[in-house]
Design a protein around this ligand. Structure first.
Ligand code: NAD
Ligand code: DAU
Length: 356
């Protein structure tokens, strides 16, 4: 690999959880001397605040373009201003529970939006890679044994995972049909800083901190394979630099845990690190089993051997080390939490950035 990497990268969804961590990760690499243009519609899940430190440290090499990925004309105008070498596509509606209640936005952003971006990509003369960030949920649900490999047939079970599966197929088809230099990564559950507090881990941390009930769906025995977000960012960087066009790479943390075990570990960490609950009650007592998610996938587990063998990537954090850092981060970032949760914050976004 070369020592210096000067690419102009268009990142979509860079104000979300993984996208913001990825932009911070890449701009902090000494060998990365390029520039990042972040296309984000700033939905409820997109927070420019998550990149305030990046703007302060690397403002000259970073630009936020407040745009919807379904806006073909807006993207074309942006592309005319920026000489884009690479696209890294994170933007999506990402929450399974929301997709069950209101699937329309998932079809629009995840399928139509990906298609609009692919059409743009075909017209970019300098483009060397379109990297599509996807999910292990496209493979469906596992029994107690076995792992998802890159060859596992697709069997998505929620409107979210079905929309991501459709987007993966479009990306693959643009490689087969038009020779677009694509790569796809299918990743397991991420956790870490800047995770929007509707997802399991940040929701449980914040509810546990406040002494509120911790809602565990069904029997809590569903299994997820947890990956620290910084490890995911390093995997995407490795795929951009060394991955083979047309290939899919699975990314996982080798950290299979039941949801109940995850919530119990969060309770114990909060008891250790946060102010005690009234009367010193243990937070495990806040766990409440609630109605199950419809179509709830039982188990996900990723075989990430291809990525490890071909590109030498390995996850660095164990679940214990990553979860401790994550709990600590939420304890130290009350202001971020209050802002992303407040209606006032969404109003502020509109006055700052308008409607995309
Ligand atoms: P997120 O919900 O935190 O962020 C999504 C971002 O996309 C937000 O900044 C939002 O404003 C933006 N966005 C949404 N609709 C848009 C549109 N129409 N145009 C432009 N921007 C738009 O999501 P995340 O958890 O960071 O996930 C990022 C990607 O990674 C998604 O594609 C998701 O499917 C995939 N993924 C996530 C996980 C996970 O555990 N979070 C695991 C595997 C794969
Ligand atoms: O596997 C990758 C996927 O991981 C990504 O593609 C998705 O974008 C991301 O949201 C995540 O999906 P999950 O549905 O697995 O994540 P979530 O945090 O919503 O839930 C994790 C597990 O915890 C799941 O089995 C449902 C359960 N759960 C979730 C919430 C929010 C609960 O038991 N209680 C809850 O309150």
């Amino acid at each position: 690999m070369e020592n210096s990497w000067a690419a102009n990268i268009l990142v979509t969804g860079g104000c979300g959880f993984i996208g913001s961590n990825f932009i911070r990760h890449l701009l902090a690499q000494p060998m990365f001397t390029g520039r990042i243009v972040n296309v984000d519609a700033l939905t409820y899940a997109g927070n420019p605040l998550s990149l305030a430190d990046v703007v302060a440290a690397h403002g000259a090499r970073y630009r936020l373009a407040h745009l919807d990925i379904c806006d073909a004309d807006g993207l074309a105008a942006l592309a005319a201003e920026e000489a884009i070498d690479l696209i890294v596509h994170f933007a999506a509606e990402s929450h399974v529970d929301r997709s069950i209640v209101s699937p329309d936005a998932f079809v629009q952003t995840n399928i139509v939006g990906t298609h609009v971006l692919l059409q743009l990509a075909r017209r970019l003369p300098r483009l060397t890679r379109f990297h599509h960030v996807s999910t292990d949920e496209v493979y469906g649900s596992l029994g107690p044994e076995g792992f998802f490999t890159e060859e596992t047939p697709y069997q998505p079970n929620s409107p979210y995972s079905a929309s991501k599966a459709a987007s993966d197929h479009l990306v693959r088809a643009y490689h087969a049909t038009y020779g677009l230099p694509v790569t796809i990564s299918n990743c397991s559950n991420n956790y870490g800083p800047y995770h929007f507090p509707e997802k399991l881990i940040p929701l449980m941390i914040l509810n546990g901190l406040a002494g509120k009930p911790l809602p565990v769906y069904g029997d809590g025995q569903q299994v997820r394979d947890w990956l620290y977000v910084e490890d995911h960012c390093a995997a995407i960087e490795a795929i951009l630099r060394g991955g083979r066009p047309g290939e899919t790479y699975n990314v996982g943390g080798r950290n299979e845990l039941t949801n109940l075990a995850v919530v119990e570990q969060i309770c114990d960490l909060l008891d250790e690190l946060a102010p005690p609950l009234p009367g010193g009650a243990a937070r495990r007592g806040l766990i409440a089993f609630v109605k199950d998610r419809p179509g709830h996938d039982r188990r996900y587990a990723i075989d990430c051997g291809k990525l490890e063998r071909e590109l030498g990537w390995h996850p660095v954090e164990t679940f214990g080390s990553g979860l401790r850092q994550t709990v600590q981060w939420y304890l130290e970032h009350e202001e971020w939490v209050a802002q992303v949760r407040s209606g006032a914050y969404q109003d502020w976004i509109k006055t700052q950035y308008g409607t995309p």
